[in-house]
Design a binder for this molecule. Sequence first.
Ligand code: SF4
Length: 101
Amino acid sequence: MSEDKKLPDKGQMVMNFIKAVAKHVADGMRKLTLDQYVERLNVCNTCDLRSGNRCTHPDCGCYLDKKAWWASEECPLKKWCIITYSELNLDKKKEASNGSN
Ligand code: SF4
């Protein structure tokens, strides 16, 4: 974890978190499949704005292990995006069929 990476100020982080929760609730609190979640975190692992478990972008500051689960969330730099209903349902069907083999 690099010391020169600064999180947004606390007031901004609270606002960002409230917006994220509101979007998540409005979205029906949908969560990703495990594969989709890992895919998002793999992108964050290569990002200069990652600092430990946090995204240090001024529009974020979130805990990545939480943010990455929520379908309604997206990377502030658009390195990964919101997962639509059809994308989520398609991947859940794939997971279910893989599990039944
Ligand atoms: S959410 Fe985006 S900006 Fe933040 S650490 Fe992940 S890839 Fe980087």
